[in-house]
Design a protein around this ligand. Sequence first.
Ligand SMILES: [Zn+2]
Length: 93
Amino acid sequence: MDARAVATERCDYLLKLACSNWKKEPSLAKRYVTMARRLAMRHRVRLGSKRFCKKCGAPWIPGVSLRVRLSQKKALYICLGCNKVKAFPYSGK
Ligand SMILES: [Zn+2]
């Protein structure tokens, strides 16, 4: 197993921890997200764009820290930590 595989695993674990701690301790959860992002940057691991807020660092849990609204051709992801709205296009049928 190379360093990047370990980093990928650790990032997943950190984001999981962030999600499970969000309700109890938001500041701790945000710190986990920061750590995961830093680790991902160093090892060029992709975390995906829908797992946490890039603005405030809150882990996104649908219904808890994230609200999703669908409009014409995009999904609006509304972060409940900072109220930032991010639009993701999707192809409808
Ligand atoms: Zn946010």
